[in-house]
Design a protein around this ligand. Structure first.
Ligand code: NAP
Length: 476
């Protein structure tokens, strides 16, 4: 099937197209029209002028549009889930969960459109503010460029588009080249829900080519990017002064202390390391376990992983689907070889059949091995021994990334210490770093990014403050 792009609400087929292929069997999922230079320029112009209309929508209109989009997504849930499986390679159960989460993101954004966007300022708290009264109000910043990665093509795009609608910004979505069909379906959903047509564009095409041009253009006022640290860093240096949010990668870690519930910890770690074949930004990549429970923890993780069904992502019984490409499979094999050469020991997994990579546990890997300090993005977990929580925190912090971290313990003092001392965006107690709820402020420090998502927090980069100050000479 041929899929058009969306230019200011209109479906357009271009001469240049590319095939989207399934990472599982290489079959063509669909042909997609690519945005050329002319389309990019037209999109920038249309989106610029669309701001007048989108910012004039009343709050209850924006709320109704978001609620209608949620209803339509419920009706189209199965179509979305199947396309997500085909494009991404995640399992059908994972795809359904993504659709459900996108419904939640829409509900949270709808509620946001009702909230007051400002507060009264106590000017008289400073001597020069006496006789002044006022408040600030947030205003929509203008055209939003949403650049999204391949692994959550619906919900991560929704985390950008729904808050943009909640405040009245028009948007251009540049989906990942691997997953443009979900992007097209999402654009159509928003149009069918009633957002002004000119305010909606979805432009597939190479990020290096069109993503960069769009991001640099002065008519784009907000760039909200989710993807790798490598591309995120490039974007920052390319775009100059404008509002930007960066949700980047990580090598997330969990600490398991001796007092933890071993069965629960092992089950969560096995799942957190293999969800979407490990290709989640907060995949549980590193585990630091206290010596007394180390062997037992490894044994239970291995036993859970050995029971996982690897296979066709469309099958209901499949637990782990394919990695996205043969290059990624090859890369992780090399990283594992390098880890083994440096003393690591593979306890289970390590092999692949095509893009299906076995859930893998590797222990005792030196901290400077590439598989520890880089983002692995594969269904593997590295488990290393630590002597106490202080050493564990040091190991977790020994990373250029800082997105989420987890700690399994019944000791509230240890949990508090982890929360205060680990340098990340979220600390999850008694669950894996892979946990995320759409309501929470989500984002990282260091090379994991800048700014927070979760509809309420996305407001920070989708709006700007304007302050009203009035002088009252007669007041006391
Ligand atoms: P990616 O290669 O960085 O691509 C992300 C997006 O950026 C794609 O749409 C890509 O387009 C575009 N792009 C590439 N080069 C660009 C440039 N020079 N200027 C503007 N846009 C450009 O990431 P990915 O492989 O799709 O996704 C995996 C990465 O995303 C991992 O690092 C993962 O940790 C991270 N991630 C982070 C979060 C989070 O919330 N923190 C969530 C999910 C994923 P093309 O596809 O056309 O190259």
């Amino acid at each position: 099937m041929d899929y058009p792009l969306i230019l200011g609400g209109k479906e357009i087929h271009t001469d240049e197209k590319f095939d989207v292929k399934s990472p599982y069997d290489g079959k063509i999922v669909g042909r997609v029209s690519i945005a050329n230079d002319e389309i990019v320029n037209r999109a920038l112009k249309i989106t610029h002028f669309a701001f007048e209309e989108s910012k004039s929508l009343y709050a209850h209109h924006r709320e109704n549009i978001l609620l209608r989009a949620r209803q339509l997504l419920t009706e189209r849930a199965d179509d979305f889930a199947r396309i997500i499986v085909s494009e991404v390679g995640k399992t059908i159960r994972e795809a359904r969960s993504e659709v459900n989460r996108a419904r939640e993101t829409l509900a949270l954004s709808a509620a946001l459109s009702r909230e007051p966007l400002g507060e009264v300022i106590s000017f008289d708290s400073a001597p020069n503010g006496i006789h002044k009264w006022g408040f600030y109000q947030r205003f929509p910043s203008g055209p939003v460029l949403a650049i999204t990665p391949f692994n959550f093509p619906l919900n991560l795009a929704m985390h950008k588009i729904a808050p943009a609608i909640a405040v009245g910004n028009p948007f251009i979505l540049k989906p990942a080249s691997q997953t443009p069909i979900t992007g097209f379906m999402l654009g159509k959903l928003i149009l069918d829900a009633g957002y002004p047509a000119d305010a909606v564009s979805v432009l597939p095409g190479s990020g290096e080519k069109i993503g960069k041009v769009l991001a640099k253009d002065d008519r784009i006022k907000v760039v909200t990017f989710t993807g790798s640290a490598k591309v995120g860093k490039k974007l920052v240096s390319d775009i100059g002064i404008k509002q930007i949010a960066l949700e980047l990668g990580s090598n997330s870690a969990a600490i398991v202390l001796s007092d933890a519930d071993i069965f629960w910890s092992a089950d969560r770690i096995a799942k957190g390391a293999t969800a979407l074949a490990g290709q989640v930004c907060i995949s549980t990549q590193r585990v630091y376990a206290e010596e007394p429970i180390f062997d037992s923890l490894v044994e239970h993780i291995v036993s859970t992983m050995r029971q996982m069904k690897l296979g066709n992502p469309m099958d209901e019984i499949t637990d782990v689907g394919p990695m996205r490409s043969a290059e990624d499979v090859h890369r992780i094999e090399q990283w594992l070889d390098d880890a083994v050469a440096n003393g690591g020991e593979i306890v289970c997994g390590g092999k692949h059949n095509g893009n299906l990579f076995e859930p893998t546990v590797i222990v005792n890997v030196p901290q400077d091995a590439r598989i520890v300090h880089d983002e692995a993005f594969a269904p593997i977990v590295i488990i290393n021994k630590i002597t106490d929580i202080t050493e564990a925190i040091e190991m977790v912090n020994d990373s250029v990334y800082g997105l989420n971290a987890g700690i399994f313990t019944r000791d509230i003092v240890a949990a508090r210490k982890a929360f205060e001392e680990i340098n990340v965006g979220s600390v999850v107690v008694n669950d894996v770093p892979t946990f995320r709820a759409d309501i929470m402020p989500y984002g990282g420090v260091k090379d994991s990014g800048l700014g927070r998502e979760g509809p309420r927090y996305a407001l920070e980069h989708m709006t700007y403050h304007k302050t009203f100050v009035a002088h009252h000479p007669d007041s006391d």
